[in-house]
Design a protein around this ligand. Structure first.
Ligand SMILES: [Zn+2]
Length: 89
């Protein structure tokens, strides 16, 4: 019986040939949900879909988009927000 935290279908199972001509089931790490826009909820591109510990290993430019609100708002929402800010102020 696998350990309790492996008893979920959200972890991918891979059959791997091991010495002795046996097949063993290995469990892949769970994928995290992709980052989404704060306003409209669309999936943001250009950002890693990894757990925080893996993101920390990446270099700075791969962690986030180097734009204002990069990694928080999608380009369309940022465009409208900037327009509103300019018109209001
Ligand atoms: Zn958006």
């Amino acid at each position: 019986m696998p350990r309790p935290y492996y008893r979920t279908r959200s972890r991918k199972r891979v059959k791997i040939k091991v010495p002795g001509d046996r097949l063993a089931v290995h469990y892949k790490r769970e994928k995290v949900k992709p980052p989404r826009c704060r306003q409209c909820g669309t999936v943001l591109s250009g950002l890693p879909r990894e757990v925080a510990s893996e993101i920390r290993k990446l270099n700075r430019t791969r962690r986030r988009i180097s734009r204002m609100f990069g990694g928080q708002l999608c380009p369309q929402c940022l465009k409208t927000a900037l327009k509103q800010a300019v018109r209001a102020g």
